[in-house]
Design a protein around this ligand. Structure first.
Ligand SMILES: [Zn+2]
Length: 204
């Protein structure tokens, strides 16, 4: 699949990562990322994701260690499931399941052990290894913890069932009225179905 065509409507790196399959409501929905190289390419196109140099170093490392790259991709897949559960519950006003909270804490603690503080005009966190195969997961985890700590839970939403796809997104609209992941993908389809239903109702 052409990774540049994947919609990034979540409003943050971690939510866009969760939204890398076509629907959260349909277990048979297509997956967008087929392997580790896709994960790296996808992250390279994200705000706050990988720069070109880090991405090419990761791809070289993945080719040198294909089994470790496959394990990192499987780990990313599990992390996506974990984040989907945590953010979906939060979007509906629920606390995470205790097992998920502990799992996220474990993942984040392991990732953040790789942070180093870099002094400069603006101090910042840097990862200690640019070409560690788990590095894409660290970026996703940093984004997730940042959003959980600082994001407004009232603006975290899920594209609704039954017409929507379950994607998670940050509603930045002035009056918090955004309902769909995007009008083009789900909103227009729902509109069209309501229109058809009204026509059918009117015909009865
Ligand atoms: Zn949707």
């Amino acid at each position: 699949m052409d990774l540049s065509r994947i919609e990034r409507v979540g409003g943050s790196l971690c939510l866009d990562f969760v939204n890398t399959r076509a629907s959260h409501f349909d277990p048979a929905a297509p997956e967008y990322l087929a392997g580790y190289a896709d994960l790296v390419e996808w992250l390279r196109g994200c705000d706050g994701g990988l720069d070109a140099r880090s991405a090419s170093r990761l791809l070289v490392a993945a080719r040198a260690h294909p089994r470790r790259a496959a394990a990192a991709f499987a780990h990313a897949h599990d992390l996506r499931g974990l984040l989907e559960r945590v953010f979906a519950r939060r979007a509906h006003g629920h606390a995470p399941a205790p097992a998920d909270l502990h799992a996220l804490e474990r993942e984040a603690t392991a990732a953040f052990a790789h942070r180093r503080l870099e002094a400069g005009a603006q101090w910042q966190w840097r990862w200690d290894e640019d070409d560690a195969l788990e590095r894409p997961l660290w970026d996703v985890l940093a984004s997730a913890v940042d959003l959980l700590r600082h994001g407004d839970p009232g603006r975290l939403k899920q594209c609704p069932a039954p017409d929507g796809c379950g994607w998670l997104f940050h509603d930045a609209s002035k009056n918090r009225t955004r309902r769909w992941c995007s009008m083009r993908m789900c909103g227009n389809g729902a509109k069209a179905r309501r229109f058809q239903q009204r026509r059918r109702d009117a015909g009865n």
